[in-house]
Ligand binder design. Structure first.
Ligand SMILES: [Zn+2]
Length: 498
């Protein structure tokens, strides 16, 4: 028979919210709540940021799975999508609740939980919650690792019932590892076998890690589960390392690869850093096709591009970012070959700072014409005139799936003689009134073609990167350090010459 808590029936969100808004009452009454009401109560508590109630709900979770994306996403009885709310209070309560789920020996419920999926949480720039504190991907990685380690210590010390050791829960998570949380994550991964909470890494982002540490931890994560790999900023991967990585380690599920130096993270140091040479491109050992590839600012050479255009990945790429490469100069024909190979599936194309000029626009249109699934096209930072942009926009109207366009400030809005890539100090020094006029004309082109579904904008400083935002201090400090070291090396070699 199903018990129902006082004051709550199978009715919707309002009752659930009323129930959880009195934390003390809700916590006391949880034992009488039917299993199928847990998801609704969880969402209501999340909405109202009732940390204690969230903790207790997770601690007593009566179902087989706990999927954050599904629980917080739009549901039939709860339209609001909370999956992009990374509220610190709520997430911390969830994770500590999970730890206590393992430890709790007096829960009235059978311990059925097998899978916890944290990958549905989305980190966004602006979010609204009472505590105004977010817990990003890096902090979630940190906290889960810490809880796993704590749990082991506790289980070794305390007298636990045999049941505790039978609990085994796979926790799916997108890990984000930097130098600062590396040790903690390694410890948690090393002891995975004996820990009831098993970290299953489905996406891995590393930043500010030495190559040695990167190789060590990537092996520990169980690469056979990995779908997405991001190696950014300060991990100095060279050609042979990449080849070694894909030769030594098997990634049967890998679909998305990012190898990048983000231009907008630290523009002032970028040009210095890029002098480090060619990050070559050796994906040949990968046996599954990549759907997403971001190699922005990686200094791919002609051979890299030829390899990519001829590889079987080319036919599967749904998202491609080649920003920071002088495409017309370096590999005009191989790029278009690549584009033609992925044209039937390509959904997102990013070509920022690629030195695309007016004389290249017709070629570009020709190359983009078969890309009928394209939803997003970003090309800020290219030296294109208003006239060329209008020409391009007239064509873009024909791409039926197109939703989002990021276009550059026209070259003729800048003072004569401006050089590309435009440095940070000059990027805002354009004729704003003229830009507004051109932007209006471009929008009119869209409107007249009945394409008011297309959003066109000019984000001068690039798109928001939640991961960079979260680790800004650490990376900033690291970059200043490496900048200083490079300067010192330069000075000492300069002194030797003299
Ligand atoms: Zn909050």
């Amino acid at each position: 028979g199903s018990l129902e808590a006082p004051g709550i029936d199978s009715a919707g969100p309002l009752c659930a919210e009323a129930f959880v808004s009195n934390a003390e009452f809700a916590r006391k009454s949880l034992g009488a709540v039917t299993h199928d009401l847990f998801p609704l109560l969880f969402k209501a508590s999340y909405l109202l940021e009732q940390g204690e109630v969230i903790h207790d709900l997770v601690e007593n979770w009566p179902l087989f799975d706990f999927n954050m994306g599904k629980l917080l996403g739009a549901t039939l009885d709860y339209e609001e999508d909370l999956s992009h709310r990374t509220c610190s209070v709520c997430l911390e309560s969830c994770l500590t609740g999970l730890r206590d789920y393992v430890l709790n020996q007096s829960s009235p419920y059978m311990k059925k939980l097998k899978v916890v999926d944290l990958t549905g949480i989305k980190d966004v720039e602006v979010q609204f919650c009472k505590c105004k504190k977010t817990m990003g991907r890096w902090a979630r990685t940190q906290l889960l690792s810490k809880l796993c380690s704590d749990l082991l210590v506790y289980l070794q010390q305390a007298q636990c019932s045999p049941g505790t050791f039978e609990v085994s829960i796979n926790v799916l998570i997108d890990l984000f590892v930097t130098e600062r949380n590396y040790e903690l994550v390694v410890q948690a991964l090393l002891k995975k076998c004996s820990c009831p909470l098993k970290i299953c890494c489905v996406a891995f982002r590393s930043d500010n890690l030495t190559l040695q540490k990167f190789f060590y931890i990537i092996k520990l994560t169980d690469p056979s589960l990995l779908r997405k790999l991001e190696i950014v900023h300060n991990v100095h991967l060279e050609m042979e390392h990449l080849e070694m990585l894909f030769n030594c380690i098997h990634f049967p599920l890998l679909m998305s690869l990012t190898l990048t130096v983000s231009k907008y993270a630290f523009p002032q140091i970028l040009y210095f850093k890029e002098g480090r040479g060619i990050v070559d491109f050796h994906l040949s050992p990968l046996k599954t096709p990549l759907k997403m590839l971001d190699v922005s600012n990686c200094s791919l050479n002609h051979a890299d591009m030829a390899f990519l255009a001829n590889s079987f990945h080319a036919n599967h790429l749904e998202a491609l970012d080649l920003s920071g490469h002088d495409i017309p100069e370096l590999y005009p024909s191989t790029f278009f070959k690549l584009l033609s190979h992925c044209s039937s599936v390509l959904r997102s194309l990013t070509l920022e700072d690629c030195n695309i000029q007016d004389i290249h626009v017709n070629m570009l249109i020709l190359g983009l014409s078969p890309c009928q699934k394209l939803q997003e096209f970003k090309f800020i930072g290219n030296p294109l005139s208003s006239q060329a942009l209008k020409h391009l926009f007239t064509f873009l109207c024909e791409l039926q799936m197109l939703k989002n366009v990021e276009f550059p400030v026209p070259r003729d809005c800048y003072p004569i003689g401006i050089t590309y890539p435009i440095d940070d100090a000059s990027v805002c020094r354009f004729d704003h009134q003229k830009y507004e006029r051109v932007a209006e004309e471009l929008n009119l082109i869209l409107l007249q073609a009945n394409r008011d579904d297309v959003k066109a904008s000019t984000p001068l400083f690039g798109s928001y990167d939640a991961a960079v935002q979260e680790t800004n201090n650490e990376l900033g400090a690291y970059l200043i350090k490496s900048f200083k070291e490079t300067l010192e090396k330069f000075t000492s070699s300069f002194n030797k010459i003299n």
